[in-house]
Design a protein around this ligand. Structure first.
Ligand SMILES: C[S@@+](CC[C@H](N)C(=O)[O-])C[C@H]1O[C@@H](n2cnc3c(N)ncnc32)[C@H](O)[C@@H]1O
Length: 248
């Protein structure tokens, strides 16, 4: 039930999420380019308020967006309507470990660290198997995660930091458990959630176990190779012959 708590943590900040993440723009064109290259449709797991999904739909690609927060999906629906792309956005309430998606697509994405909401290898493998099931043969899973640096932990641990005007964020790191308890508060709401991080080598192993071939691991959205930084951006292809992926 550890995950269940974090699933609803976003409802309380659905109206705060966009102003909170206003400065996060570096990944948008990367995911839009991946969507265009795939030809669509795209399944975005943890679609949130549509920070990526709406520009993707505006580029002409159909998006099926799954999220466990009703509040986030409501904002996404509104924003999609305002942007004139409601007909290209198919929003579904559900868990990314068991996405309510029957369609098979060339691209599944999980942007902005949403996989870090998964608390154990069991949950991660369940989610990766589920993503694989959604893919057409040779289809791709693209996602990004982070592994904190010692400097980042020392600089931010236990301190409220003004991330955007009037919006404060606090990180409480547990290096032994590899968890980040992230709190945010602002005029539109407040919440606390837990994120679980892994070393990139571990993500690589889990992807292989779930039936993926890793095509690339980038260190940033400009596609520079991963070289030990905090962010890793993954492009994995559905392997034609999984060893364990057929297990449920
Ligand atoms: C950091 S936000 C990312 C939102 C969006 N993809 C973006 O890039 O701005 C993570 C999202 O994942 C959703 N989420 C977390 N755990 C989930 C789960 N188990 N199933 C479905 N959605 C989940 C949250 O509700 C939230 O909207």
């Amino acid at each position: 039930m550890g995950g269940a708590q974090s699933l609803s943590a976003y409802d309380a900040i659905a109206r705060l999420y966009d102003p909170w993440s206003a400065g996060v723009v570096e990944d948008i064109s990367f995911y839009v380019d991946e969507a265009l290259a795939s030809g669509g449709p795209v399944v975005e797991l943890g679609v949130g308020t549509g920070r990526i999904a709406i520009p993707t739909a505006m580029a002409g690609v159909q998006v099926i967006g799954v999220d466990s927060s009703e509040g986030m999906l409501a904002v996404c629906g509104e924003r999609g309507g305002e942007a004139g792309v409601a007909e290209r956005l198919d929003l579904r309430l559900g868990d990314l470990r068991r996405p309510p998606v029957e369609e098979r697509v060339p691209l599944v994405t999980c942007p902005f660290r949403a996989y870090l909401h998964l608390a154990s290898d069991e949950e991660r493998l369940e989610a990766l198997h589920a993503a694989r099931e959604l893919l057409q043969p040779e289809g791709r899973l693209v996602f990004d995660v982070f592994t904190p640096s010692v400097e980042d932990v020392e600089e931010t641990d236990g301190r409220w930091i003004e991330r955007e005007p009037g919006i404060f964020e606090r990180a409480d790191w547990d290096l032994a458990a590899q968890t980040l308890t992230l709190s945010v508060r602002g005029p539109q709401g407040a919440s606390t959630m837990t994120l679980w991080w892994l070393e990139p080598a571990r993500w690589h192993t889990l992807l292989a176990e779930a039936g993926f071939d890793v095509l690339a691991c980038y260190g940033w959205f400009d596609r520079r190779p991963y070289a030990g930084g905090e962010d890793s951006v993954w492009i994995a292809r559905r392997s034609p012959s999984p060893q364990i992926a057929t297990k449920t």
